[in-house]
Design a binder for this molecule. Structure first.
Ligand SMILES: C[S@@+](CC[C@H](N)C(=O)[O-])C[C@H]1O[C@@H](n2cnc3c(N)ncnc32)[C@H](O)[C@@H]1O
Length: 274
């Protein structure tokens, strides 16, 4: 049972929404309390109630830590499989053909969490497209959570994490063991750069992207926020670029200026007029 009083929970709901656009539904008091316990402890406080009351009175600014703790960071290597099969079989081969002259590919993993997604893309590229070794291939991984960005930079995963989705031959080939953990090869870490970015605030200057993976994050936002983000993604995509969303997400009824582009058993989206 949560002991978080309604006004304290409401304060957290408003703060998290204002800063990250994440919508915390009523009834998530228990979730808030369990996730904020570590923040209270870090500030030497006995309870989440004390944490919230200090914040409400203005005697403590722990907003960033609260937002970080309230993000859901569920992810895994090669999550959902089909989009990665499509990348291997058609999306990347077609893109490589289109970029033969420029010899440069830029991919954005927005809301990257702990980095399994960008490293899955990097591994897939190394594994199946050796010709890209002397191209400029950049994977920009962004997230609102500083702790997740640190994890992405470290590229260090537990046995449990590598057991989720990573084929054993790839583990052996692209990771080295460090005690109880596995560390991503330096070559792959160089392909991935991790940067802070709040999708709900002014976006930093970024290069035009050939591929955008924005998976399993729009689900946390309300409709106007989803629409605003999709509109900005369109501006960031090259005219023949492609957007991939999570399995439960779509541009339909949100942004009419994307067209669906099926690739194998996954759906990608391209700005219309391309
Ligand atoms: C469920 S994870 C998705 C990870 C990965 N894309 C995947 O599909 O496996 C959602 C991520 O969105 C991030 N996030 C939530 N709100 C955000 C915002 N306003 N701006 C940027 N990232 C945000 C969270 O920190 C979290 O790491």
């Amino acid at each position: 049972m949560s002991t978080l009083a309604p006004p304290d929970f409401d304060y957290i709901v408003q703060l998290v929404h204002r800063r990250s656009a994440i919508v915390l539904e009523p009834g998530k008091e228990y979730l808030a309390e369990s996730r904020l316990e570590s923040v209270a402890r870090e500030h030497g406080l006995a309870s989440v109630t004390e944490l919230v009351q200090r914040m409400r009175s203005g005697s403590l600014d722990a907003g960033d830590a609260v937002v970080d703790a309230m993000t859901t960071n569920e992810t895994s290597f090669f999550r959902d499989a089909h989009p990665f099969n499509a990348l291997r079989d058609t999306v990347l081969p077609e893109l490589i053909e289109a970029r033969r002259v420029a010899r440069s590919i830029t991919i954005w993993c927005g809301a990257t969490s702990s980095g399994q997604e960008p490293y899955s893309v990097a591994m897939l590229i190394r594994e199946h497209f050796p010709e890209l070794r002397d191209w400029q291939v950049r994977i920009i991984a962004t997230d609102i959570s500083p702790s997740m960005l640190d994890r992405t930079r470290q590229g260090r995963y537990s046995q449990l994490e590598v057991n989720r989705g990573l084929p054993a031959p790839m583990l052996v080939k692209y990771f080295t063991r460090d005690g109880m953990h596995w560390v991503v090869a330096e070559d792959l870490r160089r392909m991935v750069s991790a940067q802070y970015m709040n999708l709900n605030e002014r976006w930093p200057v970024m290069p035009p992207f050939d591929l955008v993976l924005l998976r399993n994050v729009l689900i946390y936002f309300d409709v106007p926020t989803k629409q605003a983000i999709l509109g900005k993604v369109r501006q960031q995509l090259r005219r023949d670029g492609l957007l991939l969303l999570g399995g439960a997400e779509t541009t339909m009824n949100l942004d009419a200026n994307f067209e669906r582009v099926p690739h194998g058993r996954s759906t990608w989206y391209r700005p219309t007029g391309a």
